[in-house]
Design a protein around this ligand. Structure first.
Ligand code: ATP
Ligand code: MG
Length: 419
């Protein structure tokens, strides 16, 4: 096939069960979010580049190498959104929607990152996420973590994931820690991967969650952030932990969990799986107090998470709710066109799925019924037209009966009730 006609590397088309599983995940997330009072919202797929550069950090992986940035056409530089939190904060501030706080918001949509495509890592991927903005207490973190846990439970994934929890403390704690970490890493510079040697100068905390084995050895023995927390930060984290305990939400403290974006502080967390290779994080988030201020708004607290739909989908496997089987309406005689259309509409009025087959022999139409997994076929020929009836074939049992047109929907509903 000509090269231009393939999907772009790192992007995917979705059909059939894959798309149904995808939609099911979005619907489950939206419904779980609603039970916590999170209202759906949407932001554009691209933003002024500043929205991300100002907030994610000049040294973050996303800003340094993963953004799709281009000229908007009016002389401004814009970027396809790589994540949803900064746009949500931007939307609240620029839309002046800060009267009712805390704001509880749910979003879903595509995200774009120029990454090396591999299993579970795409250039266009999709997230569902929630943001709780204007809630400074640790209970806010507990709420969003509980919502994440509930979503994973709803998707049947509780046994496949573990909750990793950590804290970055407040700015002062993090700065003190960074100094100690840099001193330590400097002593082991030679053992680090080339990537991490670069990170050491720009974003040393990122060395801790490097996936390179040589970095992991060094990271394992690095000073622990938890030992550098000031009393406020330690109290904050203790409260998160004790309320999670009270809700029976299990977690493990992961001293190497640092999220890669500048805006995080205090609580960070990830639900991870060992079933997707290196792409183990399925739902990740943390606290980002002050993000609204970076957008030129008031300084508000914030906390939330985002989950990768493709990764959730890969984990879910065949776990799909059944879809109703359609009824095929087959037109055996040309004259039956109007009656076929009417039958199909009448079935739909009754809430059934009806598909028209207008072409080819009866045999061919029934083969199509089989291919689409139809439960029943409605057959319309000359005889049926003249008698004012329709023939209905139960495609599971093969039984066929004639019913008056008006009784068609009731007849099919009864057939489906019967199995
Ligand atoms: P990773 O460590 O795997 O690169 P991340 O820290 O970059 O993840 P976040 O920015 O926290 O990821 O995004 C939240 C979630 O979105 C991730 O936990 C993951 O499920 C999903 N995700 C992130 N990047 C990708 C991608 N390139 N392809 C598919 N899913 C992704
Ligand atoms: Mg990443």
């Amino acid at each position: 096939m000509a090269r231009g006609l393939q999907p772009v590397r790192g992007t995917h088309d979705l059909f059939g069960d894959d798309k149904r599983r995808f939609d099911h995940i979005v619907a489950a997330a939206r419904s779980v979010a609603a039970t916590y009072g999170y209202a759906p919202m949407a932001t554009p797929a691209f933003e002024f580049t500043e929205v991300f550069r100002r907030t994610l950090g000049e040294t973050s992986d996303i800003v340094t190498k993963e953004m799709y940035t281009f000229a908007s056409g009016s002389g401004e530089e814009v970027t396809l959104r790589p994540e949803g939190t900064a746009p949500v904060a931007r939307a609240l501030v620029s839309g002046g929607r800060l009267q009712v706080l805390p704001a509880r918001l749910f979003y879903d949509g595509p995200m774009f990152r120029r990454e090396r495509p591999q299993k579970g890592r795409m250039r266009q991927f999709h997230q569902v996420g929630i943001e709780l903005i204007g809630e400074p207490s640790p209970v806010g973190d507990v709420e969003v973590i509980a919502a994440g846990a509930r979503l994973l439970e709803r998707l049947g994934l509780t046994a496949s994931v573990a909750l990793h929890l950590h804290t970055l403390g407040n700015g002062a704690s993090r700065d003190r820690y960074r100094t100690a970490l840099v001193t330590y890493l400097d002593q082991h510079r030679g053992r680090l991967s080339a990537d991490s040697q670069r990170r050491l100068d720009r974003n040393p905390l990122r060395v801790l969650d490097s996936k390179a084995p040589e970095d992991r050895e060094v990271a394992d023995e690095a000073p622990r952030l938890l030992d550098y927390l000031d009393p406020d930060s330690a109290r904050f984290f203790a409260e998160v932990r004790s309320q999670l305990d009270a809700l029976n939400i299990g977690y493990e403290i992961d001293p190497l969990l640092v999220r890669g974006l500048d805006y995080y502080m205090h609580t960070t967390f990830e639900f991870v799986t060992d079933r997707l290779g290196a792409q183990g994080a399925v739902l990740a988030g943390g606290r980002y107090d002050g993000l609204t201020e970076r957008m030129g708004g008031p300084p508000l607290a914030g906390t939330g998470w985002a989950a990768g739909i493709e990764r959730l989908s890969m984990l879910s496997g065949d776990n799909l709710p059944a879809t109703p089987r359609p009824v095929l309406v087959a037109r055996v005689s040309e004259d039956a066109t109007t009656q076929a259309l009417r039958c199909a509409e009448a079935l739909r009025d009754a809430g059934l799925a009806a598909e028209l087959a207008l072409q080819g022999s009866l045999k061919r139409q029934l083969r199509h019924a089989d291919r689409i997994g139809a439960r029943a076929a409605v057959l319309l020929g000359k005889r049926e037209l003249e008698a004012g009836v329709v023939s209905v074939r139960d495609l599971d049992s093969g039984d066929q009966s004639e019913v008056p047109f008006a009784q068609l929907p009731g007849h099919v509903l009864e057939m489906i009730d019967g199995g």
